[in-house]
Design a protein around this ligand. Structure first.
Ligand code: SF4
Length: 102
């Protein structure tokens, strides 16, 4: 595994520890399927965000994640990367050739 890959795994473990602390109530969606909240596929990220919208802790969760600078994952209905809210994940693979042309 590359150093970047190791960093990503470490960041994910740190986020998982934070999520375990937050998710003390057993009925929270992120408690029943924590991996979904660190998903790679954009459609899975959207599913996690949708689950957060029904969570009673949504605003507190997002505020806490921003304060801690969570390195990755869906928190409070938003996708965070290196402590910043980002609009979404790009699918894996090469960029389209059309974006390089012109
Ligand atoms: S807002 Fe989302 S990530 Fe935060 S506690 Fe609720 S379900 Fe979990």
């Amino acid at each position: 595994m590359s150093p970047a890959g190791l960093t990503q795994v470490s960041a994910q473990r740190a986020s998982m520890a934070g999520r375990r602390q937050l998710a003390a109530a057993p009925e929270l969606p992120c408690r029943s399927d924590p991996d979904l909240f660190f998903a790679e596929k954009p459609e899975d990220v959207q599913r996690a965000k949708a689950l957060c919208r029904r969570c009673p802790l949504q605003s507190a969760c997002l505020a806490g994640a921003l304060q801690r600078g969570e390195p990755c994952g869906v928190w409070g209905g938003e996708l965070l990367l290196r402590g910043v809210v980002i609009p979404g994940k790009r699918p894996r693979g090469r960029p389209r050739k059309t974006s390089l042309a012109a």
